[in-house]
Design a protein around this ligand. Structure first.
Ligand code: PGA
Length: 251
């Protein structure tokens, strides 16, 4: 099954107006002229979404947010509704990132509720899963990831509305990357879990991204694994030349 690759930048809590606008414009201009065969997505912080939407105008670079509420609207101070994200021009929302699971005690049940709200609002979701170092060292990586996938996916998840990102927690922002073989083992396992949870057809079409210190020097070998369908990139997505180099490697 040939799946179109997706290269997604997770800007996390980085960037002020002017440098972020410049970053988005550089990416948009390069993507417009290079016309890569992969899809490209950037996910800036909430307050930058409308500015970045404008900066991307005329390019095929998609826009995503990094979280959303499970509620549509109302008395939820500080939260942002998926309908507001859709209204701001978002195509995607990242949900269940390990930093949110850790910093905000987000459970897979909450991630699932958010995913269902996001799909109802017409957004696509990137559901993040991944084991900690202790879990990997005790041989539990596959088990942990399987549990997270089964409990976090929305009812109604399919290959057009849902992407999974496998991000081993020990590889995020640490410079340590899973070997292509270790990553592929988990990705292939996730695809088998999707066969059981969804269907064979959905499992064969759903994109599974790798995230965790992906950079120009390791992207090509990760992206050539059969079940790695793109990357969710943090640090290296904040420099246009690095992000654009990864996009080239995905071609
Ligand atoms: P990193 O972050 O590329 O900086 O490791 C990836 C992520 O957390 O999405």
């Amino acid at each position: 099954m040939q799946r179109k690759k997706l290269i997604a930048g997770n800007w996390k809590m980085n960037g002020l107006l002017s440098d972020s606008k410049k970053l988005a414009q550089e990416i948009a201009t390069a993507v417009k002229s290079a016309k890569p065969s992969c899809d490209v997505l950037v996910c800036p912080p909430f307050v930058l979404l409308t500015t970045i939407k404008k900066a991307l105008r005329g390019s095929k670079v998609m826009l995503g947010a990094q979280d959303c509420s499970m509620f549509e609207k109302g008395a939820h101070t500080g939260d942002v509704s998926p309908y507001q994200l859709k209204d701001a021009g978002c195509d995607f929302v990242i949900l269940g990132h390990s930093e949110r699971r850790a910093d905000h005690k987000e459970s897979s049940a909450l991630v699932k509720a958010k995913a269902e709200a996001a799909l109802n609002a017409g957004l696509k979701v990137i559901i993040c899963v991944g084991e900690t170092l202790a879990e990997r060292e005790s041989g539990k990586a596959l088990e942990v990831v399987e549990k997270q996938v089964k409990a976090s996916l929305a009812n109604g998840a399919n290959a057009s509305n849902t992407v999974i990102a496998y991000e081993p927690v020990w590889a995020i922002g640490t410079g340590k990357t899973a070997t292509p073989q270790d990553a592929e083992e988990v990705h292939a396992h996730i695809r088998n879990v999707l066969v059981q949870k969804c269907s064979k057809a959905i499992a064969s079409r759903m994109k599974i991204l790798y995230g965790g210190s992906m950079k120009p020097s390791n992207a090509a070998e990760l992206l050539k694994e059969p079940d790695i369908d793109g990357g969710l990139i943090g640090g290296a997505s904040l420099k246009s030349e690095d992000f654009l180099e990864i996009i080239r490697k995905a071609n």
